[in-house]
Ligand binder design. Structure first.
Ligand SMILES: Nc1ncnc2c1ncn2[C@@H]1O[C@H](COP(=O)(O)OP(=O)(O)O)[C@@H](O)[C@H]1O
Ligand SMILES: [Mg+2]
Length: 255
């Protein structure tokens, strides 16, 4: 296996707050990494730094062996590093299809070419295919405001996938999504990422979802990684149970 993402002594301070405290992780090709941690543990800060939305205070980030310090989100997206957001970053007042076409145009070009139509036939075809893969084709011509939260999350993730990344980071893909919708959403997302052989990191609060999908689990507390291993190892860790999962519970055996 080869390293896709490496962080070395990665830290971020906001005034007196240490949001990321000397994080050293290496993620290999094909890993499906879950991230757990209480609110304020530094999960989003970590994703923001890795995807170019937030400059680190200290430390180094390597993507496929190359330092990406100082690179912004769009440059990283073109290198193959995409993300989705806890609150979907979509254009609410536009139809779903337009959101996808705009995401695709943004992924392709440094500057949109005013002489080339945004809704070209190839882009329309790629956007249609993504709608179908994400299972949201019923909303094709609807405004985003007409979509339930789970479908908005799928749209946001679909937009990130249009950049054809090799790694995707998902910040709480199931937050705000109903229990009934949650499992179908993760099933759809994991099917799509498996088909594309993507390396994935996702933040998740539902331990049932974590157990089902991750090949590796990181537990964050106070800006640090306090446990790193299989889901079973991390979820049976006493400190993880004390700080994150709430109470001691036996590791469930999946059927
Ligand atoms: N832009 C910011 N300005 C000041 N403090 C911030 C900012 N972003 C995050 N923080 C602080 O950093 C810590 C980690 O936050 P965050 O990464 O959002 O945690 P999580 O995603 O695990 O809930 C928290 O104490 C939070 O208040
Ligand atoms: Mg967060």
């Amino acid at each position: 296996m080869s390293a896709v993402l490496t962080t070395r002594n990665l830290s971020r301070y906001f005034g007196a707050v240490t949001a990321a405290d000397d994080i050293n992780v290496t993620i290999d090709t094909g890993e499906i990494v879950g991230v757990i941690g209480a609110n304020g543990a530094g999960k989003t800060t970590f994703i923001n730094m890795v995807t170019g939305y937030l400059p680190p205070s200290e430390g180094e980030i390597l993507f496929r062996g190359e330092s990406i310090r100082g690179a912004g989100p769009r440059r990283l997206m073109r290198k193959g590093l995409s993300r989705s957001f806890q609150v979907p970053q979509v254009f609410h007042e536009l139809p779903v299809m337009d959101n996808l076409v705009i995401a695709l145009a943004a992924a392709e070009n440094r500057h949109l070419n005013p002489f080339r139509p945004v809704h070209g036939p190839e882009r329309l075809k790629a956007a249609e295919a993504m709608l179908e893969q994400m299972g949201i084709d019923a909303y094709r011509d609807e405004l985003v405001t007409a979509m339930p939260q789970g479908a908005r999350k799928l749209l946001d993730i679909g937009m990130a996938l249009l950049a054809d990344p090799s790694m995707i980071l998902l910040d709480e893909p199931t937050s705000g999504v109903s229990l009934e919708e949650k499992h179908a959403l993760m099933e759809t997302v994991m099917e799509v990422v498996a088909r594309r052989n993507l390396t994935v990191l996702f933040v998740e609060h539902d331990m049932e979802v974590v157990r089902r999908y991750v090949t590796r689990l990181l537990a964050f507390a106070d800006g640090s990684v306090i446990a790193d291993g299989t889901a079973e190892e991390v979820l049976s860790d006493a400190t993880v149970q004390e700080l994150i999962t709430g109470k001691a519970r036996p590791a469930a055996k999946e059927a």
